[in-house]
Ligand binder design. Sequence first.
Ligand SMILES: Nc1ncnc2c1ncn2[C@@H]1O[C@H](COP(=O)(O)OP(=O)(O)O)[C@@H](O)[C@H]1O
Ligand SMILES: [Mg+2]
Length: 237
Amino acid sequence: MQKRILKKVGRGWFTKPMHIVKMRSKSSLQGKVLKKYQGTFTRAGALRIERMVLDYLSFLKQTGIPTLETKVKLIPTKNNKYRLFMLQPLIEKQNILSEKLKVCSREEALDYFRQTLNYVNQLSKFNSRGAEKVGLDLKPKNYAIVNGKVTQLDFFPPQIKENMQVNSRDLTEHLGSRMLRGMTRLVGFPVDNRIEHALEQHFSPDFLSDRISRHFTRVRPELKKEFDKVLAQTKDL
Ligand SMILES: Nc1ncnc2c1ncn2[C@@H]1O[C@H](COP(=O)(O)OP(=O)(O)O)[C@@H](O)[C@H]1O
Ligand SMILES: [Mg+2]
């Protein structure tokens, strides 16, 4: 067994990304961020999820939304199941959009706001063209600033509709986070339809623009008027 020194770099609903600081032997994993998703899959299930994530990444490229370089890894367990991992370059904490927004200049904040709103337009264009439709979980924690560009770093669950529907059962049964399982216990019935509803909204341009505005305004209330102006301009296009 190789000795790794792991450092937690964040926490989301589905994964706790770890930075692989050091390995005993030379490895391509060193310096990378590893996201391990909860639960195990059958081989067929694992391959299906992998395909969905890869499709999602490829559709996002086609929309023109910048994506962080991401590799999907399926690792077999002892009992013929598979675990799902994603491997990415490390983003410095201050470049995660939610952190950056707190301290960046007015010009930068407006630039990131414009870029993000523009993704909603690019998404609509893509979604009106073909059979495949993609959605976005547009919150600042899922994006980073890479070379000045707002870049997506969270690709799970893969938000694709039509050919391959987002299967909310995958989320609750196999990958449901502690929070989702907690919610299920709390309300006394499976939260599948709530998740489905939440995911559905990620395909709606109006919902997405409003959500971006809310997030940006919460962090930079002093720029509210300017955000509103940009939003109005974008909607007129
Ligand atoms: N490649 C990365 N480098 C550094 N930090 C990261 C990276 N990817 C994610 N993070 C941090 O971990 C958090 C959760 O990651 P994310 O992929 O959004 O997981 P989830 O799918 O569980 O929401 C992010 O908000 C960010 O702070
Ligand atoms: Mg996330």
